[in-house]
Structure formats: C-alpha cells, structure tokens
Design a protein around this ligand. Structure first.
Ligand code: PMP
Length: 403
C-alpha cells in the first residue's frame, strides 16, 4: 500500500493532450494547429538566426560561467526589456520609476507579479477576459487571489469585441481589482481593442481605481513591429497609471523552453522601488530562488547591440509576415470553395491565432475525419499552416462546415 493512493488523476491540459494525439497520429497529411509555437513554411520549428548567432558567440566566451544569477536575475536583461516595452526614451525610465525583474518566461512573470500584489497590496480580486489564455485563472488563484472574476470580451455574433459589455463589467468591478489585459495579439481571439477603445478602457479604470496588469506574450507578433505592439502599455503609462507587465520572450525570440521573461513595473514614486525590489527578492527566493541564465544572456546580448537588434526585428518581421500571408491564403481558399459563412475574421484577427468560429462538433469532425488538430474552442495556430497544407486545411473546413 502506498500513501499516494489518495492522489487522484488530474484532468489533462487540453493543448498538450491535443499535441500528443497529433504526434501519435501516423497520417501523413495531419495538420497540427494546437500549441502556440511558430512553424516555418515547411511546418518545422524555427530557431531564429539571431539566436543561433548569439549562441555561437556565447559558446566560445570564456567569461560566461555557470554561477548563480542574482535572485532578481540579470540586470542588463531586465533593464533592456523594460526599455523595449516602454521605449528607451520613455521619461519614466529616466525618472527611475520603471524597473524589471527577470522571471521564468511569461507564466513566471504573471505568477511572481500576482503573488507580490496579493502579499503586499492584499489584492484578492482579479478580472480576466472571456475568453482568455486558459492558464490565467490557475496562476492567479495559486498566487492567493481568492476572487476570480471575468469581463466580457468576445462577441460570438459580431466576431468582435463586446466593448459595451467590457466597459460595463469594469465599471462594476470593486476598487483596486487587478485587471488582466492582453498587451497585444489577444489569445485566443486575435482581436485587440482599437486605440479609441483602449482610451475608454483607461477612462473607466482610472475612474474606478482599477489596477492594470498587462500580459505581453506576443510583442512584435501582432503587427510585426515592436513599438506598435507596445502602444497600449505605453498609453497607460502616459496616462499616469502604475502598472505591471509580464513580458515573455518565448514567441518573439522562439525561446519557448528557455523560460526567458521579465516582469516590468511602472510606479508613480521612485522612492518605492528599493522596498519593492527587496520584497520581490523574497517572493522569488521562496519560489525558485533565482532564474536561469542562458536565454536571458541571448536576449540581453541582442537588445544591447543595435545591429543585432535590427537583425532580430527582421526575424520577427519574417514570422509575422508569414502568418499574415497564411491568413490571406486560408480565407481565399475558403472563398474559392464557396464555404458557407463569412471568413473575413481570419484576416482581421492578428497574432498567432485565429478564433475560427468553428463549433465543437465541427472541431471534432476535423480531428476525427481529417487529422486536423485544433482546440475545442475553434482556436487555430495560424503558423501551423504553410503553402503545402493550407489547401488541405481549407477543404477540411469546407467539409466540416457543410456536413
Ligand atoms: N500569456 C499568454 C496570453 C500566452 O498566450 C502565453 C503563452 N501561451 C503566456 C502568457 C506565457 O507563455 P510562456 O510562459 O511560455 O512565456
């Protein structure tokens, strides 16, 4: 008898289960549109050339040791991350009102930020969009947030943002609630607020004294331009908000497994920073003690060198452009086939994902009959498409929709 007999099997994580099913499928033309990772035009994972270049340099660098990093990580990395997010000439940086903490990718940033807000500001209520990335809920609840709430976001009928519903839900939120906002390329819908809508969101949040916590997992992937994709965060900073922002380098550097992230803070009074850093040190110390160095060194090396930075931007542009082309091709193929319904949303949506509007029954049909793997919600990772399989995909959708 084992003392672990009390342990019950937990539910599977949908996206990883789906991936496993796909990997085990021996069908030659299978299509994997589940996990949100970039694939090149041959359907293969892509190591960014800029990353390879840095890693080669690093391999021969005798000064790079495997000593522990400080608890809050590599200072050059977090400072460069904050500058990338806010723009290096942002006055809050010069004023000492912005700083960063190196974390375990985007998820680790959210986790450290949420625990810090819970412990030190006694925050217990947070709001996430419906729908949102499925891990937001768990990360905040595990950080001590006992009151998870949601705000309306996606309107199924119009396939657009339910801005009135969103604003109404924020207006009714208790003061000091933490509002989780996707900085750009909203996951899973691929629809971001317009600038006018962001302004309205900021108005309500200011009036209701709500606290913005941005999640920036796709900077560069929405428009192909790092600055444009940071517009919303920069706008909130300009409006005078204090805020947190979880930055992930999983997607825009293709460093998924290296867990490179930064938790950026903007505060209204620089004198608060030393105490905040000292308490963040204790949050991290009790969670994982200190972060890994490899990915942070790659990113810091690139961000600190203008020539490498420009090369990285070209790598991003290439990925973003390929995604946009695949959106257009998929829509064109569906129109050519005369597939019932309007498919404009596929090209209007941005980032890695498209929320197709396919029903759970149609999704099941695609998986079972066509070996096309996508989430039950109908979300597809557009990068899973390439010139060789997009035609197959369009035919499969056509069949699912007309069945
Ligand atoms: N936030 C959102 C919205 C995401 O889509 C993701 C990645 N799927 C993350 C955060 C975190 O990813 P990671 O921890 O790999 O950086």
């Amino acid at each position: 008898a084992s003392r672990f007999q009390v342990v019950e099997l937990g539910p599977p994580i949908e996206v990883f289960q789906l991936n496993k099913l796909c990997v085990e499928d021996s069908y030659q033309n299978k299509v994997n549109l589940g996990v949100g990772a970039y694939r090149d035009e041959h359907g293969k994972p892509w190591v960014l050339p800029i990353v390879r270049k840095m890693e080669k340099q690093m391999a021969d660098d005798p000064t790079l040791l495997h000593e522990y990093l400080p608890v809050l990580g590599l200072e050059q990395f977090s400072a460069a991350s904050v500058a990338m997010l806010l723009g290096k000439d942002n006055p809050v940086i010069a004023a000492g009102r912005a700083f960063g903490v190196q974390t375990l990718s985007g998820t680790g940033s959210l986790r450290v930020g949420a625990e810090f807000l819970n412990k030190h500001l006694k925050a217990t209520t947070f709001y996430y969009s419906t729908p949102t990335w499925e891990n937001h809920h768990l990360v905040f609840v595990n950080s001590g947030f006992t009151n998870p709430r949601s705000y309306r976001y996606w309107d199924e009928k119009t396939r657009a943002i339910d801005i009135d519903g969103l604003l109404e839900d924020l207006r009714n939120a208790p003061e000091n609630s933490v509002i989780l906002l996707h900085a750009c390329a909203h996951n899973p819908t691929g629809i971001d607020p317009t600038q006018e809508q962001w302004e309205k969101i900021a108005d309500v949040m200011e009036e209701r004294k709500l606290f913005p916590f941005f999640d920036s997992a796709y900077q560069g992937f929405a428009s192909g331009d790092l600055d444009k994709d940071a517009w919303a965060v920069r706008y909130f900073v300009k409006r005078g908000f204090e805020l947190l922002c979880a930055q992930s380098y999983a997607k825009n550097f293709g460093l998924y497994n290296e867990r490179v992230g930064n938790l950026a803070f903007v505060v209204s009074d620089a004198s608060c920073v030393p105490a905040m850093k000292s308490q963040l040190t204790w949050v991290v110390r009790g969670m994982y003690s200190n972060p890994p160095a490899h990915g942070a060194r790659v990113v810091a090396g690139v961000l600190h060198d203008q020539k490498l930075y420009d090369e990285w931007k070209d790598n991003i542009k290439l990925m973003a452009t390929r995604v946009i082309q695949m959106r257009e091709t998929l829509r064109a193929e569906l129109i050519k086939l005369g597939t019932p319904g309007n498919w404009d949303h596929i090209v209007k949506q941005i980032g890695l994902f498209s929320y197709t509007g396919l029903t759970p029954r149609q999704v099941e049909h695609l998986i079972q009959e066509h070996h096309v793997y996508l989430l039950r919600s109908g979300r597809i990772n557009i990068c899973g498409l390439n010139p060789s399989n997009v035609h197959y995909m369009a035919n499969a959708i056509h069949d699912a929709v007309t069945k």
